[in-house]
Design a protein. Sequence first.
Length: 241
Amino acid sequence: MSDPLLFVYEDREYLLSPGETLESDLGVLEVPEDVSPGETVETHLGTAFTARKLRGPDLFNHFERTGAPMMPRDVGLIVGHTGIAEGDRVLDAGTGTGVLASAMARAGAEVTTYESNPDFAEVARENMELAGIADRVDVQAGDVTDNLDGSGFDVVTLDTADADAVVAHAPDLLVPGGFVAVYSPFVEDTRAVVDTAREAGLSDIRTFETIQRRMDFDDRGSRPSTAGVGHTGYLTFARNE
């Protein structure tokens, strides 16, 4: 089967594969087998949907979720601060929905990711298929702390409660100059990661609280949005000597 595409009309979008049929109040949309991104397809009522190729932000919205996924701003900071690129080997833990793993793979990395919940791991595999990067992401069902005998990773990324236990092994896991990046929802966990990174002899240890405010523009003026807290968590980065 061909890869699914997004079909967009105004503020609505539907993820459909060639040959599928969508029935809605806008009419019946029959997706042609040979449809390509950029083409328009009309419902029987004449509503024109535009086909769009899936990109990273679309995957965030359309992955099947097994919990709260990592937010794009956090993913961006991890990719930016570690320099993940083509040919890198990444060890990831706390796969969840797979948003971070897919972003790193789409940047060209080969990712081995551990998810402790087998059902969540299966959903993550399906999401990697949807993203078209299943050949670059190896989703393992299990605890990463039971699988720390590897080495030669360029980056280690962690979104787990016991991240400090993995950070302790970072010098053996990482290549010289490699990075570890840890997402922590609580500051207590963050402090444990920082202390462990220091004890392990890692360098350039930095922690950031991630806060983002959306701007509102209307006839009255311009100001930060009052909706939402804006805080997601804490990101700690460290580097192997």
